[in-house]
Design a protein around this ligand. Structure first.
Ligand SMILES: Cc1ncc(C[n+]2csc(CCOP(=O)(O)OP(=O)(O)O)c2C)c(N)n1
Ligand SMILES: [Mg+2]
Length: 876
């Protein structure tokens, strides 16, 4: 067999030799034989020593710089956990990553100061001390800040625990510490760059490269590996992943009984990625060259990660006996090495030459994304303080002996006298080290990471541009979703901002009626359309994929869609261009499904609109328990920079979107919006005069009750359930002598936040005239009890209860949904007009304004069974 291969290689070239195997497999299969599909290559480096380029840097200086980064990163954490601070931090993730980062910093990561594109780097969250230590050596951070690592509220400010653009907006670009989110974000970021390019919106001539540094344990997160095929399908050769395979996660080994590198190789290769394994350091090259029997490679393949972890902590004698000693031929290969030398046979991820070769191959590779699977040691250099130990991840303290060993191992110029204080160490500005690293960064275009907002503000359209929506539908029935789609259609035609709109949809465009936009602005596809769509030729829109399409039709991936949303919503900072993303999705699959990514969007300072369509527990009727959303506004209330709205009418949608666009894209506020959109159709009224401010603030009187009634009441409604309030208003007036005013509560969250701020100010300024929350100002002059009715949980309106004069009676949809008609669902949850009437009468009775038997009479008249079934909610 070897002869055949050698003969073919020599006479017909290496490519033919490679295809020979494929041919053979194909023929054996055709003959009906079962041939296993090889997904793995042997457990050795992908790049053979012969194909390794010369190292271009000064290895000695680079090692010194790296050692100082190691020291300062370790010192940050150790200092932060001294003297009763105990604020935590991680030493060992960066200890394993240091060489992987330093080769990048010195030779690959491009900054954006030289006019070229800045690379977009997703640094692994737990290695933050390493990035800070690097920035300290680069004179970007000062010692005071380093001392205040994880003490951001300390004097002079400090450094955030992890990468948070919200907390360090000039430094960090990408939050990565929620495992799995950095990786998926990086894929969609790389794809988004292609989208920008195709649409002529990328500001730089060259393409930025996206790097993602991923933990091997992190690869267990579904989001990490869930979008790999997209990256391959789109041929994202602008994307490089580095998986730091230190074989450990927090509790113990990632795959003690197997090999994470081999497992990931299979996954990535199967998904269509270019895989480069960096397993062994240079000292192993010679041993492998001597391995004529192939038994060393066999032994490498056999040993499991649990063994490899053990070799990190065990003496050389154990490695000799257990690893090499299994086969006499392999044992002989290391006869010339002492036990001590065996412990120093480094792994590939700690060898700059191997890493440089892998990075170079990755950035030069065309047509596919590349993953580098680099084998390292967790807690590298920490010795007994944590190198390769299962406690390594949690290690935050080091005693004096351990500090001395660390210092000596990495030649850090700190004396025994000073060591107990773990001082930071930075070479002078004119030292060889500083000059070298500064020069490297200058050549590569400046510092990374760096977040810089350069985008020009947009002139966004005013409300008048959407006059149709303000005028109402003239009796024609429309839903708020349809109204939003009308607005979107008008917006994409807007001369100033139309091209900046990025509609994002996870396979629900038809549900929401957005498919009309398919032919108008096209669906982005890097390949264009290689087939004739079945619906082409009709009068209606067709499934129109184009190379410069504007719509991101993501398919069924809310996680992927959110990643696109964040990429588009942060383009103002990462690509110098303001874009207006509208991500419209099935409301129930918003925060309930991708809540952590919405949180991340806030942290990222992403701007844009999230639109939860088919919302409302009873308004989305037939779909039942899984689909009916009765709580997303509550989840939205938890994200500090998210403005959450629940509009009832077309003109409210227009007012909110216009104001949002102005605030985000004209004024530059780094906030985002959430709107509940419903699919119930009803006549959209014209905009009452003077309600704009109330719409934005969260509450305004929509329709006053009739004059001349005996009783007065106030009903707050939102979304399509405002119609229960309006119908109740009629019933109360006609049958019960009650004049009820109906209010549209567009944002309970906003009302609450405004009130909280006012209250806090009052408490801290007790002698000054008190500020009056808007909600109180709006309601205090109104007569009668207050009742709120919502298609969401009672807690949504209850957010403002404490500022409502006399308190608030709330009707809402706590409990699991059911599939049924709207009418039956609304009775079941007790949010229909009849139940709203009863609640209002009861509230009047409680105030002594009405006799209780009137309420009982109404319950009877309105045919509400007091013993009816009701959604189960637990209580003890
Ligand atoms: C979604 C999520 N779950 C859990 C954690 C807690 N956590 C932080 S680091 C870590 C282990 C990380 O292991 P690995 O990815 O292998 O990184 P390493 O530190 O070994 O480089 C865990 C469980 C988290 N940050 N995010
Ligand atoms: Mg790990």
């Amino acid at each position: 067999m070897e002869d055949v291969i050698e003969f073919t290689r020599r006479n017909q070239g290496p490519e033919k030799a490679e295809s020979l195997m494929d041919d053979l497999v194909a023929r054996l299969r055709a003959a009906g034989m079962e041939v296993p599909q090889p997904v793995n290559t042997p457990y050795v480096n992908t790049i053979p020593p012969g194909a390794q380029p010369a190292y271009p840097g000064d290895r000695d200086l680079e090692r010194r710089i790296k050692s100082l980064a190691r020291w300062n990163a370790m010192a940050m954490v150790v200092n932060a956990n001294r003297h009763e601070t105990e604020v935590g931090g991680h030493i060992s993730s960066y200890a394993s990553m240091a060489t992987l980062y330093e080769v990048g910093y010195n030779h690959f990561f491009r900054g954006g100061d030289g006019g070229g594109p800045a690379d977009l780097i997703y640094f692994q969250g737990h290695t933050t001390p390493g990035n800070s230590a690097r920035a300290f050596l680069e004179y970007r951070l000062e010692e005071g800040q380093m001392h205040n690592f994880r003490q951001e509220l300390g004097e002079g400010g400090g450094l955030s625990s992890y990468p948070h653009p919200y907390l360090m907006p000039d430094f960090w670009q990408f939050p990565t510490v929620s495992m799995g989110l950095g990786p998926i974000m990086s894929i969609y970021q790389a794809r988004f760059i292609r989208y920008l390019k195709a649409r002529g919106l990328l500001q730089t001539k060259e393409e930025p490269r996206v790097w993602a540094f991923v933990g091997d344990g992190e690869s267990d997160e579904p989001e990490t590996l869930g979008a790999l095929t997209l990256a391959a399908r789109e041929g994202l050769d602008n994307l490089t992943w580095v998986v730091n395979c230190n074989l450990q996660r927090l509790d113990g080994p990632v795959r003690g009984n197997g090999k994470i590198i081999q497992e990931l190789e299979g996954v990535f290769r199967g998904a269509g990625w270019n895989v480069i394994k960096v397993i062994w350091g240079s000292q192993w090259d010679e041993l492998l060259a001597q391995d004529k029997s192939g038994l060393l490679v066999k032994r490498m393949d056999e040993a499991v990660d649990g063994d490899y972890q053990k070799y990190t902590v065990a003496p050389g004698s154990y490695i000799r006996r257990h690893f090499f000693g299994k086969y006499p031929e392999v044992l002989r290969l290391v006869d010339h090495l002492t036990d001590e030398e065996l412990t120093r046979l480094a792994r590939g991820g700690h060898d700059p030459r191997k890493i440089y070769a892998a990075y170079k191959a990755a950035v030069e590779h065309r047509g596919q994304p590349t993953v580098i699977l680099a084998k390292t040691v967790k807690g590298y250099g920490l010795g007994e303080a944590g190198e390769g130990r299962n406690i390594s991840h949690q290690q935050k303290k080091m005693n004096e002996k351990e500090l001395r060993e660390f210092r000596t191992r990495f030649d850090v110029p700190i004396s025994d006298e000073e060591i107990a204080e773990t001082p930071f160490f930075r070479p002078a500005k004119d030292s060889a080290e500083t000059r070298y690293l500064m020069e490297r960064r200058r050549k590569l275009g400046g510092f990374v990471p760096k977040r810089e907002v350069k985008a020009e503000p947009l002139r966004t359209p005013r409300l008048e541009a959407f006059g149709e929506l303000a005028r109402g539908s003239g009796g024609r029935e429309a839903s708020t979703t349809m109204s939003f789609v009308e607005l979107l259609k008008a917006l994409v035609k807007d001369a100033r901002v139309g091209r900046r709109v990025v509609p994002i949809i996870p396979d629900e465009a038809r549900t929401f009626g957005i498919d009309a936009l398919f032919s108008q602005i096209g669906i982005y596809s890097s390949k264009g359309q290689l087939y004739e769509p079945v619906d082409k030729g009709g009068l209606m829109s067709f499934y129109n994929e184009t190379k410069d399409g504007q719509i991101l039709e993501e398919g069924i991936t809310e996680a992927g869609s959110m990643a696109s949303f964040v990429a588009a919503g942060t383009a103002y900072a990462n690509h110098g261009v303001n874009l207006i993303p509208f991500y419209i999705y099935y409301s129930m699959f918003g925060p309930q499904r991708v809540g952590d990514q919405i949180w991340l969007a806030g942290d990222s300072r992403a701007k844009g609109f999230l639109l939860g369509a088919t919302s409302g527990r009873t308004t989305l009727n037939g779909e039942g328990l899984q689909h009916q959303d009765g709580h997303s506004p509550l989840a939205a209330s938890t994200v500090p920079t998210l403005c959450a709205y629940d509009p009832a009418f077309a003109y409210e949608v227009a007012a909110i979107v216009c104001d949002g666009m102005r605030r985000m894209f004209e004024e530059g506020e780094e906030i985002l919006y959430y709107l509940c959109l419903y699919n119930e159709k009803y006549a959209m009224p014209p905009r009452p005069a003077g309600c704009e401010e109330g719409i934005i603030k969260g509450l305004y009187k929509f329709k006053a009750g009739p004059e001349g009634k005996k009783h007065k009441a106030q009903i707050l409604g939102s979304g399509s359930i405002i119609r229960s309030a309006l119908k109740a208003q009629e019933l109360l007036g006609e049958r019960y002598d009650v004049s009820a005013d109906v209010w549209s509560a567009t944002s309970y969250k906003n009302l609450r936040n405004e009130a909280l701020l006012a209250e806090r100010w009052n408490m801290l300024h007790p002698c000054e005239p008190a500020r009056r929350p808007y909600v109180r100002q709006a309601l205090e002059k109104e007569g009668g009890p207050f009742v709120a009715v919502s298609d969401y949980m009672k807690m949504v309106p209850d957010q403002i209860a404490k500022w409502v004069p006399g308190g608030l009676s709330t009707l809402g949809t706590d409990g699991f949904g059911r599939s049924d008609t709207r009418a039956r669902l609304r009775r079941f949850f007790e949010i229909d007009a009849e139940c709203t009437v009863i609640a209002t009468l009861y509230a009047l009775a409680q105030r002594g304004e009405l006799e209780r038997k009137m309420v009982a009479q109404a319950i009877n008249d309105l045919k509400v069974d007091p013993e009816k079934c009701f959604p189960e909610i637990v209580a003890f």
